[in-house]
Design a protein around this ligand. Structure first.
Ligand SMILES: Nc1ncnc2c1ncn2[C@@H]1O[C@H](COP(=O)(O)OP(=O)(O)OP(=O)(O)O)[C@@H](O)[C@H]1O
Length: 290
């Protein structure tokens, strides 16, 4: 199972490229497509889902060109778009039955699959409830269930946790984690913890180009020795921000504790700390030339 992109570029207008020169190889597992707004994630997802054609390069799914033969992707694709419309008057079960029918599953197979998916997404207890009564997080879990109805080899999930509360976010990540067996999952997001909790690899996009594609540990290791914490007077915070990439701040009685990414110790009393994926992300995005 392999998705292979070579030199993929998408040009929207003269001098306007959504993505450029993307080389990427994705095998079974969860792959976080991470980048700030405007980095090119949606552009790349549209190409992967065959909604849009690349201007340059080639994309192959298991060796078949997806531009020439989009059906190789479409037939085995599960997709959860950013804004997932639901039918408010259907129950969760009815909605999944409807999707299963659209996907051509026979009644018996559909029933078994829907039971399985409702269990996977922790929605068994509300299977008979109308979707209008569901929270945002529950809807997203229905979204994942519908994307998995045909047991797709390629699952694409676009910004799935936006607008969810922290508890739902964790729940959703757990569901995503349990879907990765024997399929390629592409999780597009600008929320680093989503990727930290689930992804086997991270493809970092910035300004339309691929900054790096590696596993999260390697990405974090590359930031080793470059993250510091120290206390600054409140009035100095702006100066620190101008000089360094600030990963976080914590207000304290005697000033602000800042966490910065810096190639050298930013102040005599700054303590080196263990980097997180968020630190590594900021480090690479900054280096990517913001
Ligand atoms: N239809 C379009 N016409 C012109 N420019 C576009 C079009 N779609 C996207 N772009 C530009 O391409 C670049 C990448 O956009 P894209 O939507 O792929 O980024 P993104 O990473 O998905 O960001 P977001 O999270 O904000 O959707 C941006 O500079 C955007 O303005």
């Amino acid at each position: 199972m392999k998705l292979r992109l070579e030199n993929i570029g998408k040009q929207y207008a003269k001098d306007v490229w959504g993505v450029r020169e993307i080389d990427l190889e994705l095998e079974a597992g969860i792959h976080g497509l991470l980048g700030p707004n405007g980095a090119g994630k949606s552009t790349l997802m549209r190409i992967l889902t065959t909604v849009s054609k690349p201007t340059t390069g080639t994309a192959h799914w298991n060796g078949t060109d997806i531009v020439e033969t989009p059906s190789v992707v479409r037939d085995g694709l599960g997709y959860l778009p950013q804004s997932f419309g639901v039918y408010p008057d259907l129950t969760a079960e009815e909605f999944l039955e409807y999707i299963a029918a659209l996907r051509g599953l026979d009644g018996e197979t559909a029933d078994a699959r829907i039971d399985e998916l409702l269990a996977l997404t922790n929605l068994e207890h509300v299977r008979g409830d109308k979707l209008r009564t569901f929270s945002g997080g529950m809807r997203q879990r229905v979204g994942i269930a519908q994307a998995l109805v045909n047991d797709p080899e390629l699952l694409i999930v676009d910004e799935p946790t936006v607008g969810l509360d922290p508890e739902e976010r964790v729940r959703f990540r757990n569901v995503i984690s349990s879907t990765a067996n024997d399929r390629v999952v592409v999780l597009s997001t600008h929320i680093v913890p989503d990727v930290e909790a689930t992804a086997n690899t991270v493809a970092l996009l910035d300004d339309g180009t691929l900054v790096t594609h590696t596993d999260p540990e390697t990405l974090v290791e590359a930031t080793d020795g470059k993250v510091y914490e120290y206390l600054v007077p409140r009035d100095d915070l702006e100066r620190v921000r101008e000089r360094y990439q600030v990963s976080s701040t914590v207000q304290q009685a005697d000033g602000v504790s800042v966490r910065v990414i810096a190639d050298e110790r930013p102040a005599p009393d700054a303590t080196p700390v263990t980097p997180t994926l968020e630190d590594a992300y900021l480090h690479r995005i900054e280096r990517g030339g913001v």
